[in-house]
Design a protein. Structure first.
Length: 95
């Protein structure tokens, strides 16, 4: 069966919440909408959206992060680039 295409208009606040949730989970917005519709139609209760982080929470998290020396930072960046080069290309699971 061929997938169906749907265009959806959302209020700005709901669109921003969807975008934040997708970014937090590292998935596409369309995937979250598919999950939500599936849960809704299956009668499963929707999970409440995680509230946005406050500035105080962000500052506490930021201050607790480990601090790297410039040399450690450069090595870390090289390691990330090397790991990226070794990754297989991603395939869209919805194609």
């Amino acid at each position: 069966m061929k997938d169906s295409h749907l265009t959806l208009r959302l209020p700005a606040d709901l669109a921003r919440a969807l975008e934040r949730a997708a970014e937090e989970r590292g998935v596409a917005k369309s995937m979250l909408v598919r999950e939500a519709v599936s849960h809704y139609l299956a009668g499963a209760p929707a999970k409440p959206a995680k509230p946005a982080m406050t500035l105080d929470e962000f500052i506490r998290k930021w201050e607790s992060r480990p601090k790297l020396t410039p040399e450690e930072s450069e090595e870390y960046a090289r390691n990330i680039e090397q790991a990226r080069a070794e990754l297989l290309p991603l395939r869209d699971p919805w194609e």
